[in-house]
Write a protein that binds this ligand. Structure first.
Ligand SMILES: Nc1ncnc2c1ncn2[C@@H]1O[C@H](COP(=O)(O)OP(=O)(O)OP(=O)(O)O)[C@@H](O)[C@H]1O
Ligand SMILES: [Mg+2]
Length: 480
């Protein structure tokens, strides 16, 4: 899934000093004049204060990017002012100005969080260089914070769409285990969102500010994969021209995502087992081991337990990987998620393409709700993207959908159970999705009745509701 990169546009603001507010504090008038004339000569907005107290007042009332203050003021000392400024505005930058011979206190000020210091007397350029450098750091701090927030937003579990009971239960478990160190195995058919879930878990864990390293275990030859994972030392094989760190080391402090772990070569299964047991790795050709600090999440689109039974996957490795197993159900088993996913993808591609296709015709919705979706969410996403490219109005209509959805065989649900056939053109997405959830309930009830050979008491038990609720539901759904 590609995301729009944020437009930070730092270049633009770098050349434009006039939006930057600086508070210069000194109890000597001529110093105040120097600050003002130097800083205003390159267009900074300058405010001044001739005492620590008036500086603090100004900081309470206004927003500044930078404070330049003398270390020795008569009322409040520069360090106190520094602390107060950072308390009021955690992102603010502070430059301390010290007199000759007080370098030691300047160093103290740096330890207390000042961003730079200059000593008196100073040249015009010295002041400007210090100010520029400090503001650059300020910008980077803000960008970092922005990017972190951005990533969290992108991969927060709340951005994984799904309102079905199974998905909600899955999200709750994922949230719970995210913060533990437990090794997690994610299983699900292709396109169900395994990688997205792995990312969401990493960004909801205490390791979120450390790397998330992904490797597809089925995508490369044995030797290459081995060296990718564990690293090698120079000369350990032809082509090993220099020492190379493996991904387990690259992911230090963070998470490694072993995708398609079911595909991993037999010899590597044993190496991986050792990593999980010993929490250390041995780079190829090395005779010493390296401790690793990595959280391991793996994913597989086949049922690993079955692979174990068939003797294709080590049982001991399976148990180590599957401390916690998260199973993402195929889309066809949670059709009530479809309307919300469609809405999510419409918004996503509208944002990316600067378009405003926000409606879907009832016929198109009906077709999408009843399709088989062997490719799961990825397939749905592709279908929506394609339809949006082809659309020449604000509405997705059936003619924009691929042939197999239009004319293809409906899935195993037979026609009278297809449930939702939306007929009213004016339904909102919310109404459509409540219809969809009614259709799913209807289907579940029919299945339960079938299993219980029409016995309502048994059917109610199967559904986990009372017989009375079953009657009410059936009545509400007009099922007789
Ligand atoms: N619940 C969801 N909400 C929003 N987007 C989703 C959801 N599930 C999957 N997607 C999107 O569907 C696409 C496929 O997801 P992902 O790559 O995580 O699947 P996968 O299970 O790893 O597939 P594969 O087994 O083929 O590698 C991605 O673009 C992903 O962002
Ligand atoms: Mg994947």
């Amino acid at each position: 899934m590609q995301y729009q990169t944020p437009n930070l546009n730092t270049e633009g603001s770098r050349t434009d000093n006039s939006s930057i507010r600086i508070l210069a504090v000194d109890d000597e008038d001529h110093m105040i004049r120097v600050f003002r004339s130097v800083l205003e000569s390159v267009d900074y907005q300058v405010e001044t204060a001739s005492s620590g107290r008036s500086a603090i007042d100004k900081l309470r009332q206004d927003i500044y990017d930078l404070v330049i203050t003398d270390l020795t003021l008569t009322d409040v000392d520069g360090i106190q002012l520094l602390q107060e400024a950072k308390r009021l505005h955690p992102d603010i930058s502070v430059i301390i100005v010290t007199g000759y011979g007080t370098i030691a206190s300047a160093v103290d000020a740096m330890k207390m969080g000042a961003d730079d210091y200059i000593t008196k007397p100073f040249e015009r350029d010295q002041l400007l260089i210090s100010v520029e450098g400090t503001l650059e750091k300020y910008r980077m701090r803000r960008e970092l914070r922005y990017l972190r927030g951005y990533l969290e937003e992108q991969y927060g579990l709340h951005n994984m769409v799904g309102r079905s009971k199974t998905m909600n239960r899955l999200f709750a478990t994922a949230r719970k285990v995210a913060n533990s160190e437990a090794t997690i195995l994610i299983q699900g058919e292709s396109g169900t969102g395994k990688e997205l879930l792995a990312k969401a878990i990493h960004f909801n864990s205490a390791r979120r500010n450390q790397p998330l390293v992904t490797i597809d275990c089925g995508s490369m030859p044995l030797e290459l994969l081995q060296s990718e994972l564990f690293g090698h030392i120079k000369g350990s094989f032809t082509g090993a021209l220099r020492n190379r760190r493996g991904l387990f080391e690259e992911a230090r402090g963070g998470t490694i995502f072993l995708d398609e772990v079911g595909e991993i070569y037999e010899p590597l299964q044993l190496s991986l087992l050792r990593v999980l047991q010993e929490r250390e790795i041995r780079p190829i050709g090395s005779d010493s081991t390296v401790k690793i600090d990595v959280r391991i999440i793996s994913a597989s689109n086949k049922n690993l337990k079955e692979s174990v039974e068939k003797g294709r996957f080590r049982r001991d490795l399976y148990y180590r990987l599957a401390v916690i197993t998260l199973e993402i159900p195929p889309l066809r088993e949670r059709r009530e998620d479809i309307p919300e996913l469609i809405q999510f993808f419409l918004e996503k591609f509208n944002k990316r393409n600067n378009s405003s296709i926000s409606r879907i015709s009832p016929e198109a919705m009906s077709l999408l709700l009843s399709f088989q979706w062997d490719g799961n969410v990825r397939e749905l996403e592709n279908v929506i993207e394609r339809a949006m490219v082809l659309a020449d109005s604000d509405t997705i209509t059936p003619n924009l959908l691929p042939e197999e959805i239009l004319g293809g065989k409906p899935d195993e649900i037979d026609n009278d159970r297809r449930g939702i056939v939306v007929t009213d053109e004016n339904l909102t997405l919310k109404e459509i999705s409540s219809q969809a959830s009614a259709a799913t309930e209807r289907e579940a009830i029919l299945r339960a009745l079938e299993k219980s050979a029409g016995n309502k008491k048994k059917a109610a038990e199967l559904l986990g509701i009372s017989r009375g609720s079953l009657y009410n539901k059936m009545k509400a759904l007009r099922m007789r």
